[in-house]
Design a protein around this ligand. Structure first.
Ligand code: TMP
Ligand code: ASP
Length: 239
């Protein structure tokens, strides 16, 4: 059994550690919440726990449906063992409804249904505030190969189909989400987290925000919303 080693990297919401086994990392979810590139900050007790539990749940669901990820096992309430890899500095966003930055950029009302899912690429760079990029930008900046981009987009759209259908049964609309991938053992591997911090989840009945927009927009009740998401996922799982 791998045990936690030296700190490798500390991000805004997680810490990544080496382990006693080469090829395995230890990922710890923090209670820190940031938005707008760290301009807004808070500590929200319990957030790390919910994000870890929800991510583990969704990674397991995806694995059963044929999409592998870096997730191996939970090793604590908010800690997981993951496959080591080198993160590709391109964030892939998939959108089903216009919201957030897309609604603003294109002058669409939040909640406008899109006639097909939209994928977007962002350059993962805090210094540049994660700018929106296209495939030419990714190529000239050498962020990823064309094959890797095609693979990431294809996997992201498959993830969208699987998660949208599952969440619908939990009474949740998957509005949009962000994925990150790593190069691991010669392939592109779904990594990072899939949680209410990185997705927009709307209650199908009421339209209530069950995600990090509660923090970004000062709506309050963040841990209650994250707890509700976890509870609903677990309920659907046993149906
Ligand atoms: P956006 O509308 O702000 O571009 O966000 C699109 C989706 O990506 C949304 O589900 C939240 C997620 N996201 C992150 O996970 N990290 C980020 O830094 C940003 C800006 C968005
Ligand atoms: N994660 C980003 C930040 O910390 C932005 C966001 O999620 O809104 O600033």
């Amino acid at each position: 059994m791998a045990t936690k080693g030296e700190l490798l990297y500390e991000g805004k919401a997680k810490r990544l550690y080496h382990t006693t086994e080469a090829g395995l990392y230890w990922m710890e979810f923090k209670d820190d919440a940031t938005a707008f590139d760290g301009a807004k900050k808070a500590v929200i007790p319990g957030k790390g726990y919910y994000n870890a539990q929800i991510s583990a749940f969704l990674f397991e669901l995806l694995s059963k449906k044929g999409i592998p990820s870096h997730f191996i096992a939970m090793v604590g309430e908010r800690e997981m063992l993951v496959q080591a890899g080198e993160i590709i500095p391109v964030e892939v966003v998939v959108r089903n409804l216009a919201a957030g930055s897309m609604a603003k950029r294109l002058g669409l009302a939040e909640g406008t249904a899109l006639k097909r899912p939209v994928t977007e690429l962002y350059y993962k760079s805090d210094a540049l505030h994660d700018p929106l990029v296209n495939e030419d930008h990714v190529a000239v900046l050498d962020l990823a190969t064309a094959e890797e981009v095609a693979e990431m987009k294809e996997q992201a759209l498959r993830v969208n189909g699987i998660l949208s259908r599952f969440l619908e049964r939990a009474g949740i609309v998957l509005v949009d989400f962000k994925l990150e991938f790593a190069r691991s053992r010669g392939r592109v591997l779904l990594s990072d987290e899939i949680s209410p911090d990185t997705c927009r989840f709307w209650d199908a009945q009421t339209g209530d925000r069950l995600d990090k927009d509660r923090f970004r927009r000062d709506l309050g009740g963040l841990t209650e919303a994250y707890n509700e998401v976890l509870r609903r996922l677990q309920r659907v799982a046993v149906e």
